[in-house]
Write a protein that binds this ligand. Sequence first.
Ligand code: ADP
Length: 483
Amino acid sequence: MQLKDNSLLKQQAFIDGAFCAAQDGRVIEVTNPATGAFLGSVPNMGADDTRRAIVAANRAWAGWKAKTGKQRGTVLRNWYNLIMANADDLAIIMTAEQGKPLAEAQGEIAYAASFIEWFAEEAKRVAGDTLPSPWEDRRIVVTKEAIGVCAAITPWNFPAAMITRKVGPALAAGCPIIVKPSELTPFTALALAELANRAGLPPGLLNVVTGDARAIGGELTANPLVRKLSFTGSTAIGKLLMQQCAPTVKKVSLELGGNAPFIVFDDADLDAAVQGALASKFRNAGQTCVCANRIYVQDGVYDAFAAKLASAVDALKVGDGMEQGVTQGPLIDQKAVKKVEEHVADAIAKGARVLTGGQRHALGGSFFQPTVLTDVTPQMQVAGEETFGPLAPLFRFHTETEVIQQANDTEFGLASYFYSRDIGRVWRVAEALECGMVGVNTGIISNEVAPFGGVKQSGLGREGSKYGIEDYLVVKYICLGIQ
Ligand code: ADP
């Protein structure tokens, strides 16, 4: 890995303002998914190290909470500036450990930094309320306070942004936070911590604990000093963590799986819909929770859309994300490849046709061909499960009512997309879709200003936007006697 600043590649965890090893010295190895090359190791920490981070965070809380929003915002702004100044190195670290094309990694760093910038500003806007009292002799004042020590458990698909959109609002609100990044992508997290340290964030406020997910997660969820958990990852682990948080009644935010419908109506701008589908489906090789998972195309444009999408998909370039022009990196690991293979095989067995792709890529490893399947039906596995890979399954539909019913026929409800130019239909369908986010005539919806989150089993809470900081605040009611 060729970095301008090699001191950004940290092979130690970050606790109480210092980089450190695990108490017992154990490590886990991190490899590059494109090449299999060993990149380095990080501490394999467990419950004891996590407890040390929680105690440090709790100690740091009072001083940070007592600062003004503007003071906290200034530190966050410094951090934002440092992230942007080191964006090239951060992107290289990310591509090396995660696999996404370098241009996408650069895009993610800017996106990740935007949450720090946004919440640096929002830190100044945490306002309370005064309410008209029903009593002549007392007044009602409502304040908002930092909830306390927070924990964040984050996935590998966005190694920077999933962290900053939790850490940004936590720090802005006045809370310390302990981050457990994915064991597959810890180096991006540790580089961010190094930059936070350089930005002047006092010790204990941001801790990055690497290692044994179950042991660290167990301590973070059981320890009564932790008041809030924010998790992004699979629905199964989200449910488990929610359960683990129940005995100590922690506030919980969850960003879980999706099964996004992407609907193309007859009246859509077809070329725009193809571009939208390509962006939504194949970004990060299909490994995002808002990726289009089921593409529904109306009868009248089905064949034309399928042909256009297949030719756009054929133009994608698969390879090592560090290579110029590559648009599709490897999948994160063999488990991910097996899932795509399983979905393809199941669909073919039940009558789907492969328009392009459908197999492991000749590059080997965890590379998979970008794939388009036609004649996909609700009975196939892809209809009910998130593929999390470069597979675009095309379902055929006839009426608006039918497609809304199918789109909502899932326990998930994160993102939905549709293309139509009929204003009445646009409004009707946007209202009818059961989800937290709707992209109308666009395949890309995420930014720091808009609230990100789901309904049903896709999760709880919202990240980013003016709503995102609320998850890190508690309301306090003060009844003031004036007699
Ligand atoms: P994915 O399938 O996307 O890897 P996971 O839910 O397995 O999703 O992982 C998301 C995050 O949750 C990662 O940081 C992972 O280490 C962590 N994780 C996995 N299992 C547990 C667990 N039992 N307790 C706490 N964290 C966990």
